[in-house]
Design a protein around this ligand. Structure first.
Ligand code: G
Ligand code: G
Ligand code: MN
Ligand code: NA
Length: 254
């Protein structure tokens, strides 16, 4: 309850920060995007992890104003990077089910793109499988309208949800993000190896991009590269970074 009360205050004062985790394409040896990850440092409670406060925000509905803040900040930031000629990278944003299911969601995205001037192709929305199956008809319609705007759609935590293959067949999706739980023990666990290999094949056969999340070792990278997966996100390359550190990270790589 203390957390909920403080979270309400934080929403009122915009008391959050965005961190950015680089996404690397090893085939081009370049950073092609970042995932925006919300951080909250409360004056009395200290640092609280999103694993703790996102579920509370979802239960209380606070995720709506918080999500609005995240989308606008992230788009503004990406546009600034483009304008300053710093780097051209996609901005991936996590979207909660409650946000995605709101009737005004597409209109909100359209509005933020117009307001910030960010070209739509720079925006990548991460949605989980479970968000899509809640109301298939409505989800399909929402995705179609988002695609019409020209943005990208990724399925986050792929492989851990309750959905079926049929949505991959029908829904306009760009990327599968292989959940980190399959990547962590990849080099020692034959089940993870079978699952990850199948997801990569599936993505390639369906002309989807595939990103491995939670990549922490070179052995994991080797396994993935041998199966033609070159897009990586994980601590091996970088933790999520505050803006200034991300800029240093990008400039150092040039
Ligand atoms: O950053 P970290 O790995 O601690 O994030 C933990 C969880 O919180 C992840 O599942 C991540 O998707 C989620 N998360 C982080 N930032 C956001 C955000 O801005 N919006 C939503 N909906 N989830 C987020
Ligand atoms: O659910 P989602 O995929 O959005 O979660 C993203 C979370 O994963 C972020 O909180 C980020 O800090 C975390 N993360 C990113 N890379 C790694 C990694 O290599 N190892 C671990 N353990 N966590 C990671
Ligand atoms: Mn994510
Ligand atoms: Na994930």
């Amino acid at each position: 309850l203390k957390i909920e009360k403080q979270l309400r205050k934080a929403v009122d004062y915009g008391n959050f920060e965005l961190y950015f985790q680089p996404q690397i394409d090893l085939s081009q040896k370049e950073v092609f995007g970042v995932e925006a990850l919300l951080r909250w440092n409360d004056p009395t409670l200290g640092n609280i992890s999103p694993g703790q406060f996102i579920p509370i925000a979802e239960e209380t509905g606070l995720i709506i104003p918080m999500g609005d803040w995240v989308i606008e900040q992230a788009c503004q930031k990406a546009k600034q990077w483009v304008d300053r000629g710093l780097f051209n990278i996609q901005m991936a944003i996590n979207i909660s089910p409650l946000q995605f299911q709101r009737p005004d969601f597409v209109e909100k995205i359209r509005h933020v793109l117009r307001k910030t001037g960010l070209p739509p192709s720079y925006l990548d929305l991460e949605i989980t499988e479970n968000d899509l199956i809640y109301d298939r008809e409505e989800s399909f319609h929402t995705l179609e309208r988002l695609k019409e705007l020209g943005i990208r759609i990724s399925i986050d935590d792929f492989g851990t949800g309750y959905s079926s293959f049929s949505y991959l067949k029908h829904f306009p999706i760009d990327t599968l993000k292989i959940d980190q739980s399959f990547i962590k023990d990849l080099t020692s666990n034959p089940q993870d190896q079978a699952i990850v290999t199948s997801i990569i094949d599936l993505a390639q056969n369906m002309n989807l991009r595939v990103i491995a999340e939670g990549v922490e070792t070179e052995d994991i990278v080797r396994f993935l590269n041998e199966r033609n997966c070159y897009e990586m996100q994980g601590f091996l390359y970088s933790k999520p970074l505050p803006e200034k550190d991300l800029e240093r990270f990008m400039l150092r790589r040039e």
